[in-house]
Design a binder for this molecule. Structure first.
Ligand code: HEM
Length: 534
């Protein structure tokens, strides 16, 4: 028998490793049909790929933000491939709308689905609309869809205005003419959370309830605080479950919040079921929040002979409520913060929007939902902020079978059809798409007027396209238009500069992205000067 010395054994292991990587690399090239693109050590959404910052040899998760459309210009086409030498699967990145349509807008029979290993954070409380596919997704959408109706948007509008007023009173804004907010995210985040907690969950909370944020993880934690901790993206959510037991402050805070909520949610489902059953029996109207509407729809369908399969289990109900709180909180808060930062940097556009608000609602009248469609300049500023800082900055799709993809070969109209093996992923690069000059001329400029006119606004991609688009789009735009209208009518928004800083330097510092589970503008310090209704 031949005996191997330790160094020979190590050499053999190393050689096997190198051969396996070469084979993997060649397999990757074949998977993407040798399509041009980036060759790198790690794919961005793998452990090493995500943890190591963006450099010339590691694309990293900041790749698409740092390069924006330049990423595609370098390769002469708006769909490219990424093939790793070390870790991850070869995949496509696309900023082309026709390719995106093929992978995200195909409906229940499409060959493309969300990968199973995605959405772990929103899966933890139960399967839901975001994480399910095909017939199960269709069932969830059929039950949840009707809750997003005009009466819901009326509630959202009314609450958004009420929260703004409550915020002004509680923060002492009414008694002053100048304010410094550092950063504005402190306010947009609280606001968006309150709207979705009240209208989505039916919680009886207000601005002051969100001020008690105990740093002691073993102290009593209120339900709103537990909900906020659970629905705010945090690194602790990505760690394995056993880490939750570690004696680290932020882990203990998360575990405490999860324990409190698990008990509370179960009790809430039982209580609302009972309440809804009584209301149905007495033919009474129920609460208008989404949670109550979902319980009511489920109970009504159980009793119906036609729709008795259109129901959600307790775990699915809870899963969906969490999803809505999560999806509806950070995304809107980030986009509102970006809108304020961009308007602070563009005083001429802000003045135009202010004049438009005065034109539509006057200097004192409380805006009503009927004003929403007239306040299109406010809405378009929000859309443009969503284009420049898309909260959902990537969408992942995977082929469930061998299929085909029609891909442009250059920036022109010429295309070719690629054979795509089962398991191949396409990453929809929302940043690349929304900075693609084919669709958005002068993409680096803040131009809300590019959305003027209903047909243009219909083509917004920040909320995705096709049957799986964002169910909360109108919810988000309703709260945003109400909040922005109230705020911009009362206050002129300007950059809050550091000592010796110019506005250009402020823009460079602030108008940049921070990226975690969702994308947002960096901390935006602003100052407010009271308007006098002129
Ligand atoms: C500016 C705010 C928002 C943006 C930019 C946004 C964006 C998106 C995008 C791009 C998707 C598709 C994701 C994918 O297919 O991978 C999506 C899905 C979804 N969004 Fe939003 N969203 C926003 C606000 C909201 C709000 C306020 C809610 C709820 C109250 C919400 C609930 C959902 C849900 C439930 C889905 C999954 C829909 C399905 O798969 O059928 N979103 N959102």
């Amino acid at each position: 028998m031949v005996e191997l010395t330790p160094s020979a054994a190590l050499g053999a292991v190393f050689a096997i490793f190198i051969v396996s990587r070469i084979l993997k690399y060649l397999d990757g090239l074949k998977r993407v049909n040798h399509w041009p693109g980036i060759r790198c050590l790690f794919i961005p959404f793998t452990l090493f790929g995500a943890v190591i910052p963006t450099t010339s040899w590691n694309p990293g998760v900041m790749l698409t933000w740092k390069k924006r459309f330049e990423l595609y210009q370098q390769h002469g086409r708006d769909t490219i491939s990424l093939v790793p030498y070390l870790d991850g699967r070869a995949e496509f990145y696309t900023a082309n709308l026709d390719v995106i349509r093929q992978v995200v807008a195909g409906g229940v029979k499409s060959a493309w689905v969300k990968p199973e290993d995605g959405g772990t954070v929103v899966k933890e409380w139960g399967m839901n609309l975001f994480t399910t596919e095909r017939e199960v997704w269709q069932r969830h959408r059929r039950i949840i869809g009707p809750a997003f109706n005009n009466s819901m948007y009326a509630l959202v509008w009314e609450k958004a205005i009420g929260i703004y007023q409550h915020m002004s009173d509680h923060e002492g804004w009414s008694a002053t003419n100048k304010l410094k907010l550092n950063p504005v995210q402190k306010y947009t985040s609280k606001f968006a959370f309150l709207v979705v907690a009240i209208c989505g969950f039916g919680m009886d909370i207000s601005w002051p309830d969100m001020s008690a944020d105990s740093e002691d993880p073993t102290a009593y934690m209120s339900i709103p605080e537990a909900l906020r901790v659970n629905t705010t993206p945090s690194i602790s959510k990505l760690l394995p479950r056993w880490c939750h037991k570690l004696p680290i402050q932020f882990m203990r805070k998360l575990t405490l919040a999860q324990n409190i909520l698990a008990k509370y949610m179960q009790a809430q489902v039982d209580e609302r079921r009972e309440q809804v059953q009584t209301q149905i029996a007495m033919n009474e109207e129920g609460e208008r929040d989404i949670f109550s509407l979902l319980v009511r729809a489920t109970e009504t369908n159980i009793m119906s002979t036609q729709n008795n399969k259109l129901t959600l289990t307790t775990s699915e109900l809870i899963g969906n409520v969490f999803l809505l709180l999560f999806a509806g909180h950070e995304t809107t808060a980030h986009t509102l913060a970006a809108t304020f930062a961009l308007l602070a940097a563009h005083p001429d556009i802000q003045e135009e929007i202010y004049a438009h608000i005065i034109d539509v609602v006057g200097p004192d009248r409380i805006p009503v939902l009927e004003d929403y469609h007239k306040l299109d300049k406010v809405l378009c500023a929000f859309y443009e902020a969503a284009r420049m800082f898309p909260a959902v900055y990537v969408m992942l799709r995977e082929a469930t079978e061998d299929t085909k993809l029609v891909v442009p070969t250059s920036f022109g109209d010429e295309t070719t059809t690629l054979a795509i093996p089962k398991g191949t992923r396409v990453i929809v690069d929302t940043i690349g798409l929304q900075y693609n000059p084919r669709y958005y001329p002068e993409p680096e400029k803040f131009i809300p007027s590019r959305w003027y006119g209903e047909d243009k606004a219909d083509s917004i991609t920040a909320f995705s396209i096709g049957p799986r688009n964002c169910i909360g789009r109108r919810f988000a735009t309703t709260e945003a238009v109400a909040f922005l209208t109230m705020w911009l009518r009362d206050w002129k928004v300007e950059p809050l500069l550091d000592d010796g800083e110019t506005v250009d330097q402020w823009c460079k510092r602030v108008l940049d992205a921070r990226l975690f589970l969702t994308l947002g503008v960096k901390d935006a310090p602003i100052q407010l000067t009271r308007r006098r209704g002129e």
